[in-house]
Design a binder for this molecule. Structure first.
Ligand SMILES: [Zn+2]
Length: 259
């Protein structure tokens, strides 16, 4: 008698899941997104067509896995290239609560990012990092793709903001860290040396806010728009633009910023 009950519960679970939004369909403007992706990483991406990226290493990565029925978790755990553009990134917009699950930039194809920055699990030297000054201290950041130079440009522009803004910026809560994202097996962009966290004293993070059964969280932010604007001008996206917000987090993702 146990089996029919289990089957009933499974049916309920499946019908519940089918009521949720599904992900995986090609996003609008895909051709523009791919052109921007190639422009963002010219040292890595040799060419692309409708079906695949061809990398200078000789590797190829398919644009689409053909799936259009991914759950939100599957979108993050099993993304293809076009999934990385599932949510438009609202660069230079006034900071505001994103739509449910809209996380532009949290979807990353790991095989591509390992080609772009190297694999920290083979030793930090693989990432070719160097220290750059950061408001009275210094941070370790990758030199690949010119991320170090982009962060120096960020720092120069941030110095022009009112002194009162510096409390948000330093001490940095970290840049390079060869680790997975909390609660997942996916590598964090901190593992590529291409991200920076600002001062934790002013950070808000979705995992610290209580999610209800419907997985809804309440967006909160204390980072001023002027700071976000500077980072976005130099190719960094902000974790405060994610439904699953991480407001101290910035990462180098020029492919998501119109230029
Ligand atoms: Zn971070």
């Amino acid at each position: 008698m146990k089996f029919p009950i289990a089957a009933l519960l499974l049916c309920l679970a499946v019908s519940g899941a089918s009521a949720e939004a599904t992900y995986g369909a090609p996003p609008s403007g895909l051709a523009d997104h791919l052109a921007r992706l190639k422009r963002a990483y010219p040292d890595v991406i040799l060419d692309y067509d409708k079906t695949k990226l061809t990398l200078k290493s000789g590797a190829t990565i398919p644009i689409s896995d053909g799936r259009r029925d991914k759950s939100f978790d599957e979108l993050l755990d099993e993304p293809d290239i076009d999934d990385m553009f599932a949510f438009p990134y609202p660069a230079h917009a006034k900071p505001a609560a994103p739509a449910f699950n809209a996380d532009p930039g949290r979807v990353r194809v790991e095989s591509l990012f390992r080609e772009i920055y190297g694999d920290c699990r083979q030793g930090a030297a693989a990432l070719k990092m160097r220290r750059v000054p950061w408001f009275g201290g210094s941070v370790l950041i990758t030199t690949r793709q010119g991320v170090d130079k982009a962060l120096e440009a960020v720092s120069r522009d941030l110095e022009k903001l009112p002194k009162a803004m510096q409390k948000y910026l330093a001490p940095s809560a970290g840049t390079f860290n060869c680790r997975a994202i909390a609660g997942t097996t996916r590598l964090s962009t901190h593992a590529y040396g291409a991200s920076i966290d600002l001062n934790t004293d002013f950070a808000n993070y979705w995992r610290w806010s209580k999610a209800g059964k419907d997985r809804k969280v309440t967006w909160t932010n204390r980072i001023p728009a002027e700071i976000v604007d500077v980072f976005e001008r130099h190719g960094f996206i902000w974790g405060g633009r994610w439904y699953h917000f991480d407001t101290m987090h910035f990462e180098y993702r020029p492919e998501l910023l119109a230029r």
